[in-house]
Design a protein around this ligand. Sequence first.
Ligand code: ZN
Length: 122
Amino acid sequence: MLQECHGYHPLRRNQNVFPFSAATADAEVLQLLTAVVAPGGVADTGAHLYHFTTGTLDRITDGCRPDCPYSTWLLARGDAHGLQVTGRHATAQAARATRAHAHRRWRNKISRSLDDLLWRLL
Ligand SMILES: [Zn+2]
């Protein structure tokens, strides 16, 4: 995909946040495991705040403020919370639309089917 973006393109701004997304997902999984498994009998280790620049981790064990949305009206809502947190990203939407359009082309569908068939024959 990036090979197709020549010169200046919004997708080539070197703003790759994948490592931070992966680290966040990792932290969430570990906190879930701690809550479920309760290693050493401890299920609640508090809120964790990792500082990338210093490499330090703060733990907040005071609990939530009374007005904290995460422990009140957002609790256990999952994707049904109804909030739009980040807003729309016009460039990302355009890139997704271009990819979706390419996937619908007959030539691409035939190429993918042929490729799948060849892989099955190997
Ligand atoms: Zn809270």
